[in-house]
Design a protein around this ligand. Sequence first.
Ligand code: FAD
Ligand code: UDP
Length: 384
Amino acid sequence: MFDSVIIGAGVAGCVAARDLAESGRKVLVLEQRDHIGGNCYDEKDEHGILIHKYGPHIFHTKEQKAYDYLSRFTDWYAFGHEVVANVHGKLIPVPFNLNTLHMVYEQEKADALEKKLIDAFGLESRVPILKLREHEDPEIREIADYVYENIFLHYTMKQWGQTPEQIDPAVTGRVPVLISHDNRYFQEPWQGMPLHGYTLMFEKMLDHENITVETGVDARSRVTFSEGSVSLDGQAFTGDVIYTGPLDELFDCRFGRLPYRSLRFDFEYYDKPDYQGHSVVNYTVSEDFTRITEFKYLTGQKAEGTTIVKEYPFAYTGAEGEIPYYSIANEANQKLYEQYRGLVEHIPNVWLLGRLAEYKYYNIDAMVLKALELTDKIKKDKEV
Ligand code: FAD
Ligand code: UDP
């Protein structure tokens, strides 16, 4: 009855389902949560404020293809996302940029340092903090040390339980020092929020005559993977299966658990129009949480009250109710991942897609493009 089964209804699963459905395939989507959208899911809380249940999600991309694809299912509330760090009570723009420099140093020194940074790297360049710390000029290293200590060290310790040197440099490289006066968190040309929320966007994506969605279903109770074959509800299934969940869990963690970082989200509602005046404030030198998001500043919603969320990171253990949010990139974990991937290679027509199944730190836009790349391959291999 179905040509394709997709496990997980996050960005990866929804885009893949839609694209395969449009090629004429009958697609079954199985999602274990009681809703679609994966970690991008948003909903109105009991006070009518649109919240992101799994932490703040801002769409940003330099890839027109990703923007155009999602724009088929939503209009946009376009805005330039800005973040400030709370450093001992003072709010400064992050990523650290030339404006931040002028807030941290007195004018004459800041002017001289600004010139030095522009001469060294060029205006509009992006310099990873670990690179900046290696610079030969002691004055540039002094700035780097300030940024390292006040923006990166404590936040990274909270988020990853490790120092910036101990984690994959690509992670801190996501938030480089900006040799520019741009206060935005992302510099890509398209950024903003689906005008009526992510959930509605994904509902529209899955609204297709060839797509059947079942939520509240752990796919492992319906789909069985064994060497060389797959079955769906006890019957041999020879169509394509796209898996977007954690790969170790597909095989009962038989080689041990793949390590992830998880988060606890504490939501608070305030009966006043404003809490912090910013969409996101990062706590880079104090507190146990990493950041506070005030949703109305992300979504542009007008409301009398306001809802915020604090994020508390911890090491994922696999306990009931915990969600694996961030893969931890290092050699040992990649090796373990490859062991699991080896098991899938013996099962025909099973594809791994997504932040969990590929054990990669993807943003939404990259996920859209990856999903379309995979479905293109599936469509080329087999016409229906
Ligand atoms: P997911 O959203 O995790 O979806 C996977 C789905 O599979 C889940 O719904 C899960 O329940 C389901 N599933 C797993 N196992 C099974 C099973 N056995 N049976 C059935 N269903 C199953 N990206 C941005 O571009 N901008 C941002 O601002 C941003 N902010 C983020 C903030 C946080 C706190 C986090 C954690 C991520 C953020 N991201 C952001 C990244 C973004 O969330 C991911 O790129 C995107 O969600 C990945 O989609 P996915 O489909 O791979 O995974
Ligand atoms: N980071 C930091 N301080 C900040 C912002 C980011 O130390 O104020 C580091 C931290 O290690 C974080 C990484 O940069 O995990 C990437 O930040 P990003 O905002 O991209 O993380 P995400 O939104 O994906 O959690």
